[in-house]
Design a protein around this ligand. Structure first.
Ligand code: PEP
Length: 255
């Protein structure tokens, strides 16, 4: 299980230290990690190094992911951050194709596929976000949207596998209408996505499905199903360390 906190453009060094102070009060992190349950924090770029160092010095077995990455290897790309730089900072993975990146920064399905290929070949775990808008749902276009967004990435994943690259890939189903709105999809919707991925791209593709969109400590239990949901991507609710702890407690209980 992957539990991922997308902090978006939030948090400062002081707030990060306070957040980690709260997480450090919990003594079950190593037990959870040994059971395959991992928490990953995705801070803004400037704090990747600081956060990683803080987690290591506090012996917190918590992973770090970036919120984005450049598809190009290196060179004259002002303002961009490469896969090699993320690896250099001991970052574990990277969110790709978040709907805010698609909407505000014009990221296309093709560009996201390029980034995913770069991440895979750099041994950075890509977490590829996809999901329909409210309007696309109302027009009955969900399946077409999922295929359009996942297809080009899956093609690159398949090619990387043929070349011997074994880095895992995860898919975060994040319906745009559920992000930051307080409305979630339901388990039936998530099962439909899993079944679509399985039928269209094969069993392998559906085996790393996460859900994101207004998950919190109230909604999380009803959105989880073993074998279907392999983790959650959480924005607003995971800006509070206390909510992270409540969600872990609710889902994974006392080992
Ligand atoms: C997100 O932005 O990835 C997200 C899931 O946000 P929220 O949990 O706030 O809906």
């Amino acid at each position: 299980m992957l539990m991922i906190a997308n902090w978006k453009m939030n948090m400062t060094r002081g707030e990060i230290a306070t957040y980690l102070d709260s997480l450090s009060g919990e003594d079950r992190w190593k037990i959870w990690r040994d059971r395959g349950i991992r928490l990953f924090l995705c801070p803004p770029y400037p704090y990747l190094d600081y956060l990683g160092g803080q987690c290591r010095s506090r012996n917190l077995p918590i992973g770090i992911m970036a919120q984005n990455m450049c598809a190009f290897e290196k060179g004259a790309y002002t303002g961009e951050v490469s896969a090699a730089m993320l690896k250099d900072l001991a970052v574990d993975g990277v969110l790709l194709g978040h709907s805010e990146r698609r909407l505000y920064f014009g990221e296309t399905d093709g560009a996201i596929a390029e980034k995913a290929a770069r991440a895979l070949s750099s041994a950075l775990v890509p977490v590829v976000c996809f999901g329909e808008t409210r309007q696309e749902r109302d027009l009955g276009q969900c399946a077409a949207v999922w295929s359009r967004q996942v297809g080009p990435v899956w093609e690159r994943v398949t090619k990387c596998r043929e070349e011997g690259v074994r880095t895992p890939v995860y898919w975060a189903y994040e319906p745009v209408w559920a992000i930051g709105t307080g409305r979630t999809a339901d388990l039936g919707d998530i099962r439909e996505v899993a079944s679509h991925l399985r039928k269209t791209f094969g069993e392998d593709c559906a085996s790393g499905l996460l859900y994101g969109g207004s998950v919190n400590d109230e909604s999380v239990s009803g959105l989880y199903e073993k074998g279907t949901v392999h983790g959650f991507l959480v924005g607003g609710a995971f800006l509070e360390a206390e909510t992270v702890l409540r969600v872990f407690d609710r889902l994974f209980g006392h080992p």
